[in-house]
Design a protein around this ligand. Structure first.
Ligand SMILES: NC(=O)CC[C@H](N)C(=O)O
Length: 357
């Protein structure tokens, strides 16, 4: 076990146990999820962040790649009260620094009180607190990562075939998409075309999708101008759907605003109320930005804890979005019906919806 230090933006340097070596920096965030650590660590939305698990033991059911949401670990570093050897070895094999034997209650409380903050980490033989501080000094704010889409998006068009007979073709703009979104659509009979974040309108025209779907992804939605331009181009002509970053991008395209939250929502027990039915469901979440003004969209669902927008819709324009993750693995699955609602917008006669005047 090597030396390890975590330098926080509030000036403190905390000593820990090193579990995977390296020096790095990022935005310090926490998740309260008690399962799903493989899914969280491979979720592209954590790019440029340092992920703290508030649940004390991470790794108690091993590491299996069938549960991965992408082909690599995305947080720049990981922090837990205790990592099992399985998880520590996996992090080390991907050169992602990891620390444990740290008071994560204290780290989480600091982030809750002061907001998501920059941090620096140094792990290895003979590292010093100064090494962690040097990393912190190089840490950029999240919105300064202007090319973050290119860091996580596919560069080539990839097609996933529907299970069984295809009932729709979905163009998924990959801003850092989780594989569970692709699976949730193919399982319901959609061919899914995963496209780069900077796909042009000409490519979408050629594809003639039944739905244009904007994925989840990392960083500030203001840095996804190409995806926003696509939404502006096709709104009203093609049904639109979005999850998390996708909701934020679609809201911005339709005249809405987005803003940074203090420390965000990351966990698997975030309560969401549907304003039409009054029903509350438990949801999985991972976001640090939120929609402020919804523009041309109606807020149909809100977070019970803080009233932030969780679902946006416009029936006339065929737009439906969610801030949370209906595709959640390992769960809860209360909101999986979202994907049925998305595919319900498809005009099955023409396989291309015509929006009524
Ligand atoms: N999971 C996501 O898509 C996150 C969206 C955005 N990066 C945020 O932090 O709010």
């Amino acid at each position: 076990m090597s030396d390890a230090y975590l330098a926080l933006e509030d000036g403190r340097v905390v000593e820990a146990r090193g579990r995977a070596p390296g020096r790095t920096r990022g935005e310090l965030v926490f998740t309260t999820a008690y399962t799903g650590y493989e899914e969280s660590l491979t979720d592209p939305s954590y790019e440029e962040q340092v992920l703290t698990f508030s649940y004390p033991l991470i790794g108690n059911y091993g590491v299996r790649d069938e549960r991965f949401e992408s082909d690599r670990i995305h947080p720049r570093a990981a922090i837990a009260r205790e990592f099992t050897d399985d998880v520590a070895e996996w992090l080390e094999s991907e050169d992602v620094p990891a620390i444990d034997h740290i008071d994560t209650r204290d780290v989480v409380t600091s982030v809750r009180e002061k907001g998501a903050m920059k941090c620096g980490i140094a792990v290895g033989d003979d590292v010093t607190p100064e090494d962690a501080k040097a990393e912190l000094a190089k840490c950029k704010g999240m919105s300064e990562h202007t090319e973050i889409g290119a860091q996580v998006s596919t560069v080539e068009h990839q097609t996933y075939q529907a299970d069984g007979e295809a009932i729709a073709d979905v163009a998924l703009v990959d801003c850092g998409a989780k594989l569970s979104i692709v699976d949730s659509l193919t399982q319901r009979g959609a061919n899914v075309h995963v496209l780069p974040h900077d796909t042009t309108a000409a490519t979408i025209d050629e594809l003639e999708p039944d739905v244009l779907f904007v994925s989840n992804g990392p960083g500030d939605p203001a840095n996804f101008g190409d995806a926003q331009a696509l939404v502006e181009e096709f709104v009203g002509d093609v049904p639109l759907a979005g999850i998390c970053l996708g909701q934020q991008i679609i809201a911005r395209a339709l005249g809405g605003t987005t803003e940074k939250m203090a420390f965000g929502h990351r966990g698997v027990n975030q309560p969401v109320r549907d304003l039409n039915t009054g029903k509350v469901v438990m949801t999985t979440q991972n976001h640090g930005y939120t929609v402020g003004e919804p523009g041309d969209l109606e807020v149909t669902q809100v977070n019970v804890n803080d009233d932030t927008a969780e679902g946006l819709e416009n029936d006339d324009l065929n737009v439906i979005t969610r801030q949370y993750h209906p595709e959640a693995h390992p769960g809860p699955h209360d909101s999986l019906g979202f994907f049925d609602d998305v595919l319900g917008m498809v005009d099955t006669d023409s396989r291309r919806v015509v929006v009524s005047d």
